[in-house]
Design a protein around this ligand. Structure first.
Ligand code: PMP
Length: 345
């Protein structure tokens, strides 16, 4: 068996480093989604990472890559612009390796992420959300700060392909081995695109018949890009961490066979069902991914594949969104349906 880059294959063996706790996440068969799709839908439990999200993987790879390039030296600082989860991953890895962390984040992300970053000891810089073309955008602000701070490196998760390498060498290999090399489709949404591009490339290396689908939230431009070659967006989404308007460095060369667009309401239906019927408390991007996985499963069944297996990413824990997705007032303010159990006072 191939040596895995993350953690250890056998979790009954003791780990030698807390960093080994990143990756090698469990995979679980999702009963309701499988029933809805008419085939097996599997969820990769990325909330089981130490920072409770898929982004711990990218954080570890980007920091190790900066060290290997000789840019990050002992006592140095890692600076990043992030919707939050990458910052949490970076802060944990940086603490374990003796680096400082500065995180630039749009001020409309969940309070839980901000509080978590502060609790982890990261310096948090909040900026107003603005379009990517604006020099004040969180990504540009973080890059400038890294240029101006002695001993600092900019992680640059959107265009730094160490991010997707974490998924080529880690997530894709784990999925392949966990599903015994029998996997028909994979889908997830894109923030940086590291997960969809990396898992897609890693799986295609093993079996080119595996269909890779992009699941896009409303307000993102990638659905139209893969459907008709135009970066064009319609509508909007409150989902944090996903929704991309450009072809990032991580998306360049990604193999996308098909694409789906999923609304926040549809994603919330699956968040609700998975919580109430399967005991999983997830963020909205996970619900959107599951809706996309069902669409991909149905497509593969319609194409005549025999009991296809589809995998997707359960990106982060819902505990990160208690003040937003799981808060009746916030949902009402956003014009979204309120989970009925939240309203039962
Ligand atoms: N879901 C959540 C909650 C995230 O924070 C992110 C990371 N931005 C993603 C999904 C998307 O992952 P990626 O950056 O690899 O496209």
């Amino acid at each position: 068996m191939r040596t895995l880059t993350f953690g250890a294959m056998n979790i009954t063996q003791p780990f030698k480093s807390t960093l080994d706790l990143i990756g090698n996440t469990p995979i679980v068969l999702l009963e309701g989604p499988s029933k809805a799709a008419g085939c097996e839908i599997w969820g990769k439990c990325e909330f089981a990472n130490p920072g409770s999200s898929v982004k711990d993987r990218a954080a570890l790879y980007m920091i190790r890559d900066a060290e290997a390039r000789g840019e990050l030296k002992p006592g140095g600082t890692v600076i990043e612009g992030t919707a939050g989860n990458t910052g949490i991953g970076i802060a944990l890895v940086a603490n374990a390796l003796g680096y400082k962390t500065i995180i630039v984040m749009p001020d409309n992300q969940s309070k839980e992420k901000m509080d978590t970053l502060r609790a982890l000891g990261a310096q948090l810089v909040l900026v107003p959300p603005t379009k990517y073309a604006d020099p004040a955008h969180f990504q540009h602000t973080s890059r400038r700060m890294a240029e101006e701070t002695p001993g600092a490196v900019w992680a640059g998760q959107f265009d730094n392909t160490a991010n997707r390498k974490a998924h080529i060498e880690g997530t894709a290999v784990e999925l392949w081995e966990q599903l015994d090399g029998r996997i028909d489709g994979f889908t997830c949404a894109a923030g940086t695109g590291g997960t969809i591009a990396g898992v897609g490339l890693g799986l295609k290396e093993r079996d080119e018949n595996i269909q890779i689908a992009l699941t896009d939230p409303h307000g993102a431009a990638l659905y139209n890009y893969y459907a008709k070659g135009e970066l064009q967006s319609e509508g909007s989404s409150v989902a944090e961490g996903i929704g991309q308007g450009r072809i990032t460095g991580n998306l360049e060369g990604a193999v996308i066979d098909t694409q789906f667009r999923v609304s926040d309401e549809e994603g919330m239906e699956w968040v609700s069902q998975l919580l109430r019927e399967e005991g999983l408390c997830l963020g909205l991007s996970s619900g959107i991914n599951v809706a996309g996985a069902i669409a991909l499963g149905q497509k593969l069944v319609a194409e005549g594949r025999d009991n296809p297996r589809v995998a997707t990413i359960l990106c982060d824990t819902g505990f990160r969104y208690l003040s937003t997705l799981y808060n009746a007032d916030w949902l009402r303010e956003k014009g979204l349906p309120v989970f009925d159990w939240l309203d039962a006072k």
